[in-house]
Each structure stands twice: as C-alpha cells, then as structure tokens.
Write a protein that binds this ligand. Structure first.
Ligand code: GLN
Length: 196
C-alpha cells in the first residue's frame, strides 16, 4: 500500500486525504521534516502559495522537501502546489520560495476577474476518454514548458493546465474536489511504478 504524504501547512489538504482514503491508499498529513522519511509520494495542495512557501521555511520543510524531490520521490502539485513546484513564476511576491522541481514557468491568478474561478470539462488522454470535470479556483496557468515536460491537458484555447515531467505532476486545477478519482489513481500508479 503506497503511503502518500500531503503537505498540510495550509490549503485544502483535507480533500486530498479524503480522496486517498477513498482509493484505499494511506494518506499522511505532513508537517515535520522527519515525516518525509515515511512516505512514497507527496502531494502539495492548493491554497495560497505565498503562505505555504513562508510556512515551509518556518517548519524547516523547504530544503528537505527539495532534496527529497531531487532524490526522486514522486510529487504532485495542485494549483498553489503547482506554483510552488515551478522553476519560475511571473508575479511572485518578494521572497516567495519555489521548489523549482518542474521545468515550467507559471503565471499566478492567471484567469482574470470574471473567470477567476470556473469549472470545465477537460480532455485528459492519460485518464481515458471520459472528460474530467474539474474546478479552477484562482488558478495559475503554465506559460512555458521545458523540453522534458509533457503536456497532459489544455483548455480549449490551448492554455496548458496539466503537466508531467518524469515522476512529477502539476495541475492548475483542483482534482481533489471533483469527486472523480482518476487523477489521484494516475498519481498512485506513478508512485507504484517507482516503489516496486
Ligand atoms: N491563487 C493562489 C496562489 O496564487 C492559488 C489558488 C489555489 O490554490 N486554489 O497561490
């Protein structure tokens, strides 16, 4: 049984833990660096990326987490988590720490006021034919991807909203509140493929 850590400093980590429980995986709320030793994969949830970044420093998690990801633990960032995993963000506040684990550039709060939050049906070929109904909540968009980055999903206008680079995943939206477990299953398969 894979043990999946969910960074639980701020944001909607509870929804991820519920989703994992539903799938029979063991979810673990992560607040201490030593807890990183007990897990096979980690999810960085949505919330407020500046706040989560500050708390990662305060809880001494930034460097250990960076190192753990460098060592190859599968990681998935959703929304604010995607921002934290990125190499570069256009409008980071001063001092915003980034894990710099995905070779992408993101734009925060990218969807403007009237579309700040919206729901949509995404085509995600990796998840099969049925569209993935999901929620964008003041999400970022992916502006630029490096050569090793695979695009998993775009909006109708071509905007990149889900990426994968090796065992690292990023989604601009919130699959944990959709009721559709396929994205979590997809991540669990990545975790299983490296833990065996
Ligand atoms: N707007 C938030 C940020 O910039 C992200 C929103 C979210 O995670 N739902 O960090």
């Amino acid at each position: 049984l894979p043990r999946i850590g969910v960074l639980a400093l701020q944001g909607d980590f509870e929804a991820h833990l519920r989703m994992l429980a539903e799938l029979g995986a063991e979810g673990k709320a992560i607040r201490l660096p030593e807890q990183l030793e007990e897990i096979n994969g980690i999810i960085i949830p949505g919330g407020e990326s500046t706040t989560i970044g500050k708390l990662m420093i305060e809880y001494n998690l930034l460097e250990p987490l960076r190192q753990k990801i460098r060592d190859g633990i599968p990681v998935w960032g959703t929304c604010a988590g995607l921002i934290l995993l990125s190499q570069e963000t256009d409008n980071a506040l001063a001092g915003q720490p980034l894990l710099a684990s995905l070779d992408i550039k993101v734009r925060r709060n990218a969807f403007g006021s009237q579309r700040e939050s919206f729901e949509t049906d995404l085509v995600v070929p990796e998840l099969g034919e049925a569209p993935f109904h999901t929620f964008f909540i003041r999400g970022p968009l992916v502006e630029k991807v490096g050569p090793g980055v695979e695009v998993l999903a775009t909006l109708d206008d071509g905007t990149i909203v889900a990426v994968r680079e090796g065992t690292r995943l990023g989604t601009a939206f919130h699959p944990e509140v959709s009721g559709d477990t396929r994205f979590h299953q997809y991540f669990l398969r990545i975790v299983e493929s490296v833990s065996n």
